[in-house]
Unconditional design. Structure first.
Ligand code: ADP
Ligand code: ZN
Length: 652
């Protein structure tokens, strides 16, 4: 058994508490809403959940596109329970994330659902035990990775179930992994077509939080979901505030951002390289922030340990990571996601930023973006071994992200526009909140382009950005003398522009394809077909005025700590009075203990919002706990008495 596998007895032989059902049970087809209330204690389905659940319970295939935090899991978990109760047997959940299966299954156990996983963290006896229980259809939800699901041994197990009418449903999570256009392509997903071919009568539900039109079409084709009904939710995450700043000294900018806006809160910081991850994590630690690195170069055990701390520590952790981190992480209270390097495309950006604010409370998506990002991303595409068609698609996707980064209008309108949704300015992005001063860089752009043209004409070779800017600004250097570039007619005609201004113009020209950077030739600048329109003044070049950094609010974090000021109350508990707060804090401390004992993240026991609702109600009897969102029957039976005791003690 792996070091993080659950203690035996917990996961594999869950003992259901005596039923405490207060809800009327209809014989073989319980209403899905009843299941939601009984098992999760949630009063209602959210958005399209109800429709999806009904469709799947009735045996329809479904493709669900719903943003992170939208509540995808319930879309297959409720049908799995309903169908199991109707005698249809086991639901198989295909998930790529072995490291997270334990917590997912643990959360289902907490809610009183028979669930298990099959993966490499189990030893042989444990595996046999799960297989036996599965064969007897005692398990409602069985989680496994695609490479396991497609083994002959597993397929035979499914054959056996199927023959007895006990193979209920396939749920394919993170379905975008099947597509090479998605940002998490996993070839093993391709083999999942066997499920449809071998068990044509078993319904399938595929779910993803990503999907531009191209990826969506690919999912349908690859997983043969042509018959499936598509449920497409809005991709808007209204509680996420988008901010994209011009990159100067990224690490310092990040530090200021965290100190100003997110002291003592959980967050994720994405960097492109392992080396940067290490450097940035260290810089944050040096500044007194609880930061941990995560990247594929770390030992698997270290990675798992860091992930567990991020998920389980009550102290807020900032995870500094490459994109190897994050898929399937369902921590609800991540308050910010920061990008120090630009992702490859909008799907990646959307997916990564989407990991913030799953609990629906305000969260921040913050990115620092600069010329080097544009150059790097373009180069990575150029140098990739992929075919030209593929590169063309990748370039198109990068361009869309660059346009978002350069935008001076609402970020959300552009983001949603990319996913085919129309919207109006959001009021919750940097450009809406502080409409940027825009300056017209068209003249500067034309002067830059004609300088590049003349230099090329005169010298027969191309030069880099620094030299071109020197010429335009009339700065005499070794190089301008050596090449006779001081005689060029544009020498000094752009003296009124600052270097940062010109850099901004160059960045936008490169971002929009009006200029090319040749990575193979010392990052020299070359004109493109797109240059002409700008030279002729047909395409305006609008840039945001560089704003200076606002000053840091208050004192540094260390001063605050030594001053003994208490932590800001969690957002969920904002409305509580003083004794309510006492109860809330006592409940949190109790939850920490339970979570430790069960080897699960705290939010799996109860969300903050549920604890806050309990604290608010000041319950005296078990009846008082009825109807609080997040307390299902199992949790009421398992924890109700303890919760009453903790609340009572706190009030004394
Ligand atoms: P996704 O997988 O789409 O990112 P999850 O399934 O993890 O989202 O759900 C996000 C959060 O919302 C979870 O904490 C979940 O318990 C909660 N949630 C989902 N559906 C509902 C609902 N109908 N009512 C209340 N909370 C819900
Ligand atoms: Zn906006």
């Amino acid at each position: 058994m792996g070091p993080h596998a659950p203690p035996p007895g917990r996961v594999h032989s869950f003992q259901a508490c005596p039923p405490v059902s207060a809800l009327p049970q209809t014989s073989d087809a319980p209403h899905p809403l009843q299941i939601l209330q009984e098992v999760w204690g949630y009063p209602d389905f959210r958005g399209p959940q109800g429709d999806i659940v009904e469709h799947v319970i009735d045996g329809g295939d479904a493709l669900v596109l719903m943003p992170t935090g939208g509540g995808k899991s319930l879309c297959y978990q409720v049908p799995a329970i309903a169908r199991q109760r109707a005698g249809r047997g086991v639901t198989v959940v295909v998930s790529p994330l072995i490291a997270l299966m334990h917590d997912q299954v643990g959360a289902l156990h907490e809610a009183g659902v028979d669930a298990a996983f099959l993966n490499s963290t189990l030893d042989w006896n444990e595996t046999l035990d799960v297989e036996r229980r599965m064969a007897r259809a005692e398990i409602t939800l069985l989680y496994a990775a695609p490479e396991r699901v497609t083994t002959p041994r597993f397929l035979e197990l499914l054959d056996g179930l199927h023959a007895r009418g006990k193979l209920s449903l396939f749920a394919i999570d993170e379905a975008h992994c099947v597509s090479q256009w998605g940002h998490d392509f996993r070839p093993e997903y391709r083999a999942l077509t066997v499920l449809h071919e071998r068990f044509a009568s078993v319904p399938r539900i595929a779910l993803t939080a990503t999907a531009d039109a191209l990826t969506r079409a690919d999912i349908v084709e690859r997983l043969q979901l042509q018959q499936a009904r598509q449920f497409v939710s809005s991709f808007d995450r209204p509680n996420i505030q988008y901010t994209i700043v011009e990159k100067k000294d990224a690490t310092t900018q990040l530090l200021r951002f965290i100190e100003r806006e997110h002291e003592d809160e959980s967050g994720v910081v994405y960097c492109q390289s392992r080396k940067r991850v290490e450097e940035v994590a260290q810089a944050l630690v040096d500044a007194g922030i609880n930061a941990l690195p995560y990247h594929a170069g770390l030992d698997a055990a270290v990675r798992q340990k860091h992930q567990n701390r991020f998920l389980r520590d009550e102290d807020a952790i900032v995870m500094v990571a490459t994109i190897a981190f994050g898929m399937g992480i369902d921590k609800p209270d991540v308050r910010f996601v920061a990008h120090l390097d630009m992702p490859k495309n909008i799907e990646g950006y959307y997916q990564e930023t989407g990991r913030g604010g799953r609990d629906g409370l305000p969260a921040h998506a913050w990115m620092a973006y600069g010329l080097q990002d544009v150059v790097n991303q373009r180069r990575m595409i150029d140098e990739s071994p992929a075919g030209e068609d593929f590169k063309q698609v990748m370039r198109g996707k990068l361009d869309a992200l660059l346009a978002l980064a350069e935008a001076t209008d609402c970020r959300r309108v552009r983001l949603l526009g990319y996913f085919g949704e129309e919207s109006s300015p959001c009021g919750n992005c940097d450009n809406c909140l502080n409409p940027p001063q825009v300056w017209d860089g068209t003249d500067a752009a034309r002067k830059l382009l004609s300088t590049i043209y003349r230099v090329q004409q005169q010298s027969g070779i191309s030069f880099g950005a620094g030299h071109i800017m020197d010429i335009l600004r009339g700065k005499s250097t070794e190089k301008t003398k050596q090449y006779g570039h001081e005689r060029i007619s544009t020498f000094g005609i752009g003296a009124e522009f600052s270097e940062p201004q010109l850099r901004g113009v160059l960045r936008q020209l490169i971002a929009t394809g009006a200029l090319n950077v040749d990575a193979q030739a010392f990052n020299t600048l070359q004109l493109t077909d797109g240059s002409r329109a700008v030279l002729r003044g047909e395409v305006p070049v609008l840039l945001r005025e560089s704003v200076s950094q606002p000053a840091t609010r208050g004192s540094s974090r260390r001063d605050k700590r030594s001053g003994g000021a208490s932590k800001p109350a969690s957002a969920a508990a904002a409305a509580l009075d003083a004794t309510g707060h006492k109860r809330f804090e006592a409940l949190k401390a109790w939850r920490t203990e339970v979570a430790k004992e069960h080897n699960l993240p705290a939010y799996v026991i109860f969300h903050d919002a549920t604890l806050a609702a309990i604290a608010q109600r000041a319950p005296a009897t078990l009846d008082d706990l009825q109807g609080i969102s997040g307390i299902g029957e199992k949790k009421l039976a398992a924890y109700g008495t303890e919760v009453l005791r903790v609340c009572g003690d706190a009030a004394r």
